[in-house]
Write a protein that binds this ligand. Structure first.
Ligand code: ZN
Length: 139
């Protein structure tokens, strides 16, 4: 096998009882019960460590449709959980400039508050934009 051949983990197995079996690096076959919100198929490029097994919900984006650029997505959010890690609680994953941040309820409320504040700021800047464009066209 050449060195540039990607390692592909064994595909997860769907079991008759609705569980999924994932082959891990450190714990062999691990049988999962996915929460109802998990849409992740648990296919991994490389066999994961047991603690890296991740449940994920369908990602949701804020969508904006501007005349200049058409539909675009902003701020992806999703539920995530690493059920076999040292922090097994469900978190909210929020896309940021620093990558995806996983936060609990307090952090999620603070992010929502920051986004509402930013929305108000955008509305304020729209008023400024309208005034500035009126000055240019009024000359
Ligand atoms: Zn899952």
């Amino acid at each position: 096998m050449s060195d540039d051949t990607p390692t592909v983990a064994p595909l997860p197995r769907r079991n008759a009882d609705g569980t999924t079996t994932v082959t891990t690096l450190d714990a062999g076959d691990v049988r999962l019960v996915c929460p109802s919100w998990c849409v992740f198929q648990h296919g991994y490029r490389h066999p994961p460590a047991k603690a890296e097994i991740t449940h994920r919900s369908e990602p949701e984006w804020a969508l904006a449709d501007t005349p200049e650029h058409g539909p675009t997505s902003l701020v992806e959010v999703a539920l995530v959980q690493w059920p076999f890690s040292d922090r097994p609680q469900v978190c909210l994953s929020v896309e940021t400039d620093d990558g995806h941040l996983e936060v609990g309820p307090t952090g999620a409320h603070r992010i929502a508050a920051a986004l509402r504040k930013q929305a108000d700021h955008i509305d304020t800047m729209v008023d400024q934009l309208i005034s500035l464009r009126a000055e240019v066209t009024g000359r």
